[in-house]
Design a protein around this ligand. Sequence first.
Ligand code: PML
Ligand code: MG
Length: 262
Amino acid sequence: MEKFYSVRMRASKERAHEQGGKHISGGEQIAAYENVRESIIALLDKALTHTRGKPDFLQIQFDLIDEPIRKLEPLPLATNKVETVEEGRLMARNLLEKSGVPRACIEKAFLQITEFFGHRGAILFDIQSNQRVDHPNEKSVRVSRMDWPTDNFAQWADHHAVPRSKRIKEALVLATKVNRNRTTVAELCWSDDPEYITGYVASKKLGYQRITKLKEVGDEHGCRIFFIDGKRDLSSYIEYLEKQPIFIEWDPRLIDNSTALK
Ligand code: PML
Ligand code: MG
């Protein structure tokens, strides 16, 4: 069996993340041994050229994946055009509700949203208790060990007339891993990159729903919230997010499987 390595990067400014530094950039790849060098260089470039600033702490590590890599079909993608942040956020709330997040829970999360800015990982918000549950250390959760082989992504992107953008690829990889899991009800995300204002709501039910404006240009506040069903086992869910290796693989024979969500 071919061996694969998880390659990951994190970069921050002033101090390391755990010492309160400002998050600059993070990245995940899975590579065969002969491609590890290329992955490290790609992640290094990502960290050194980020619009959030020059990092002064950077860590890149790789480790052997010694368990089978599970394959998942990418979530179907749709793009919703909006003109203003207000319209975009209203649309996000509506998509979350359609995905099965109760209205009261959405309102509570939006009231607290400024507390969820600036984390390098994701916030877990429980729809049963209406509160954040990735406490007590406030570290947030980093989804890791996932990738989408370049050729297959390019085929998928060309077929769907989506730009071959690394950012879209990385976001869809993460959203697919997270939202194919039963504990996740829906995800809300927008970037902390001041120049990037498109974000998304994703869920099993609605797929990956891009929203073209969720914040103003120049705003460095981003967020990533997983609305989860807290009746399920939280520790095995976090274990899945952090440890389960995933490859996204699009099967061109399933041409537009928008109704075939698992
Ligand atoms: C990020 O930059 O960290 C998140 C980007 C989310 C949206 C990507 C897209 O579909 O355009
Ligand atoms: Mg980012």
